[in-house]
Ligand binder design. Structure first.
Ligand SMILES: [Mg+2]
Length: 91
């Protein structure tokens, strides 16, 4: 499945739960997760979307690791089933 189709499904699913999704781009640095996901009364989640079976690039993995060390929650989502798992973990 293409990344953009997975992304569209994520946005639709989060909105259906009353949440908000925004595209993300760092200024002056590579490796930002694709999206930030906000759900009512839940901590902010950072999501990198990938076409099915694709992995993080090394620079993305390094940035996720830096963010996790700062207490941020980062996810890699590469399919519709992974969206379901992600949303279930937020319930
Ligand atoms: Mg991506």
């Amino acid at each position: 499945m293409r990344e953009r189709d997975i992304e569209a499904h994520l946005v639709k699913s989060v909105k259906a739960l009353g949440g908000e999704v925004r595209k993300v781009k760092w200024i002056g640095r590579h490796g930002a997760p694709d999206r930030v996901v906000m759900l009512p009364q839940r901590p902010t989640q950072w999501v990198e979307l990938k076409a099915t079976s694709k992995l993080l690039e090394p620079h993305q993995a390094r940035e996720h690791e830096r963010m996790r060390r700062m207490g941020q929650s980062t996810w890699v989502i590469a399919g519709l089933d992974e969206i379901a798992h992600f949303l279930k973990s937020m319930a």
